[in-house]
Design a protein around this ligand. Sequence first.
Ligand SMILES: [Zn+2]
Length: 510
Amino acid sequence: MSRRARTRLAVQRREPHTPAPEPMIPCPTPEPPREERYPLAKLDFLPKRLTALLLLSLLFSFAQLAPCRAAKLSPQATEIQVYPQRPTPSQPAVPGSPSKQHTTPEPPKTEQYTLSQERYEKAVAYSRAEYILYFVSYVLGVVVLYLLLRLGIAAKLRDFAEGTSGNRWLQGLVFVPLLVGALDLCDLPIHLYGHSLSLRYEQSIQGWASWFLDWSKEELLGIGFALLLVFLLFAVMRWSPRRWWFFFWLAALPILLFVVFVSPWFIDPLFNTFQPLGAKYPELTAEIEKGVHRTGLDIPPERMFLMEASKKTNDLNAYVTGFGASKRVVVWDTTIQKLTTEETLFIFGHEAGHYVLNHVRNGFLFFAAMLLVAFYVGYRGLHWALARWAQDWKIYGPHDWASLAVMLLLLQVIAFLAMPIANGFRRAQEHAADIYGLEVIHGIVPNAAEVAAHAFQVLGEVGLADPNPPPIITFWLYSHPPLAERLVFAHSYDPWSKGEPPKYVKSHEP
Ligand SMILES: [Zn+2]
């Protein structure tokens, strides 16, 4: 489920580093950046798979915690985009203190996110479409599950499964793939439309055959995980009818952890090709290592990977994933192709922040806590719903395989409501990583703030980042702060000129 989200691409109309000929539209920067409310965010766009074995969907939404798409933003649907004529010039980072040295004439500063008229319109239209798709997908998921129950289809699937064997687990082996497959088929049109959108907006360059192949692989993986988790769930429910929500949580965590652990080795390579970064870009790797050492960090070169994203997308990205022995930084080849080495160093610094600040581990712990609450609410909700509608839905009780549809329905609703909480947490992590990235390159590359800001500018242009997402969309969907805010923040963060210590990276010994 997370993979399709990675397909955004944008065709580059022009070299990102050359000034565009057309008049540029400054994208409004919401407000003067204030640290406390600095949103970090970007969305993982594509609608989550309905299939949501809810567990699965939770699992994958967690898996997405780690990867951070440095690049993506989604455009947003601000209604009536009033193109701001001239937003307030971005202020010097620290009031009253010039933050950069001007030894040589500087190129124009990237003080705010700007787009050409054509790009601006595309970004707004694309964002709007994606937001709508996202919400439609969730609503559709709820409606489909409700109809499966209300029309007795879940019960019929159960009857069919029971007719195939007297063995309860063999019945489950029939029922679970049928239910999950049916849900995914209902959700397929949403994903087809999502891919056609990303093709139309030149984000994706992945052909339909390849897309279907990926979809099928996800389907098989999803059904495999679903079987594992559902069998575990039903076994625990039998064993402890009143406390299953807790014991299932305990039992599921190691499995989820294991999946996150092995994903970089066994799952990610099913969808993309990876190679050691140093094999193709030895100089860049050396630069990165230099930067890393200066900060006292240790990210060995064998933990840095290059992903051949350019086969499928025009978008840029990088992320940190895995745990323990599988922990690694992955940079998309598109990022290296479209950014300068200095800008790539900033992106890397951001990812190093996730790595060093243990964001994957912390994200997992946070996710685990949310999951416990979700299971408890699911447990209460299941009994509540069955007490009212079991007869209408022809469900015998919680142990009935068909009750899985009720669980999924509840989880779908819970996951939706929990989204702002999870995204708020992620935005905080992304913001921390942005700070980290700025601190890492400070003193290593000249004019670090401009380098970072320009990297954001390119990310936004290429990925059609929403220039001005509505606050409610940011609150609900954005896992990163809106790009325009990140860009302005890059220019405004300057503890050095105030004589304050940087937040994370304390020293830069050469
Ligand atoms: Zn990030």
